[in-house]
Design a protein around this ligand. Structure first.
Ligand code: PGA
Length: 250
C-alpha cells in the first residue's frame, strides 16, 4: 500500500514573514512522519519556501501550472519553471480554478500533461457541486472529469495523484462523511484500475474541510490515501495533527 500523502493548499494566503513562521513551526513538529507531506504555495513564494524546506522531508508544491509549454502566455507559469524551483507537486483543476478561471476538463488534462512532462506530479482535483450531488450526478461528474485526464495522459496516469474534493465541502466546514467520501473514492479507483496496469501507484486524496478532528476517520477508509488541506494547513498545530493521523493510518 502507498504511503499516505498530506498536501497543504495555502491558496492566496501568504507573506514572507508568515511563510517563515508557518514552515518553521511545521518542520519543528514533523519529526519522522510515516507519511509524505507537502505544501502548495503561491508562485511568488516558491523560491523562499524552497529555501525554508531545504534538507527537510516536507516537499514543495505549486497551486497551478500552465497548460502550455512556453511562449507568449502573459502571466502564466510553466511546468519547467516550477521544476527549476524544486517543485514536486502541482495542483491542477482545483474547483476554484474551474469556477473562477473557466478551466474546463480539457485544459485541466493538458495541465496534468505539462506537469508530468516536466517530472512534476500533478494533483488532479475532481468533485461535484451541491446541485450536482442533490440531483444524483456525483459519479457521472467525477468520472467525466477523470476521463479527460486519462484520455490525454494515457498510461502516464499511473504517475498522478487524484484529489476528490466535493465543491460543497471546500472551505465550508461541511465535510463529506467518511462513507460518502469512500464511495466516490471507490468509483475513482475502479476507473483508474481500468486505465493503467499500475493502478496501485495512484494515490486518491480527500479534500474539503478536512481538519484535526475528522482526519483520522476519513484516512481510515480503504480508498482514502491522504488529504488536500486548505484552511487547516495554515495552522501548524492542525496541519501537524493531520500529518500524524495519516502516519498512524499508514
Ligand atoms: P479546505 O480546502 O480544507 O479549506 O476546505 C481544501 C481545498 O480547497 O483544497
Amino acid at each position: 500500500m502507498n504511503r499516505k500523502l498530506i498536501a497543504g493548499n495555502w491558496k492566496m494566503n501568504a507573506s514572507l514573514a508568515g511563510n517563515t513562521a508557518l514552515v518553521q513551526a511545521v518542520l519543528a513538529g514533523i519529526g519522522d512522519a510515516a507519511c509524505d507531506a507537502a505544501v502548495c504555495v503561491p508562485a511568488p513564494y516558491l523560491a523562499q519556501v524552497q529555501g525554508l524546506l531545504a534538507g527537510s522531508t516536507l516537499a514543495l508544491g505549486a497551486q497551478d501550472v500552465s497548460s502550455h509549454e512556453a511562449g507568449a502566455y502573459t502571466g502564466e507559469v510553466s511546468a519547467a519553471m516550477l521544476r527549476e524551483f524544486g517543485v514536486r507537486y502541482a495542483i491542477v483543476g482545483h474547483s476554484e480554478r474551474r469556477q473562477y478561471h473557466g478551466e474546463d476538463d480539457a485544459v485541466v488534462a493538458e495541465k496534468a500533461r505539462q506537469a508530468l512532462a516536466a517530472g512534476i506530479t500533478p494533483i488532479v482535483c475532481v468533485g461535484e457541486t451541491l446541485a450536482q450531488r442533490e440531483s444524483g450526478a456525483t459519479e457521472e461528474v467525477v468520472k467525466r472529469q477523470m476521463a479527460a485526464v486519462i484520455h490525454t495522459n494515457g498510461h502516464c496516469i499511473s504517475e498522478i495523484v487524484v484529489a476528490y474534493e466535493p465543491v460543497w465541502a471546500i472551505g465550508t466546514g461541511k465535510t463529506a462523511s467518511p462513507e460518502q467520501a469512500q464511495q466516490v473514492h471507490a468509483v475513482l479507483r475502479t476507473q483508474i484500475k481500468a486505465a493503467t496496469s499500475q493502478p496501485g501507484r495512484v494515490r486518491i486524496l480527500y479534500g474539503g474541510s478536512m481538519n484535526a478532528a475528522n482526519a483520522a476517520q476519513l484516512l481510515a477508509q480503504p480508498d482514502i490515501d491522504g488529504g488536500l488541506i486548505g484552511g487547516a494547513s495554515l495552522k501548524p498545530a492542525d496541519f501537524l495533527s493531520i500529518i500524524s493521523a495519516a502516519s498512524n493510518a499508514a
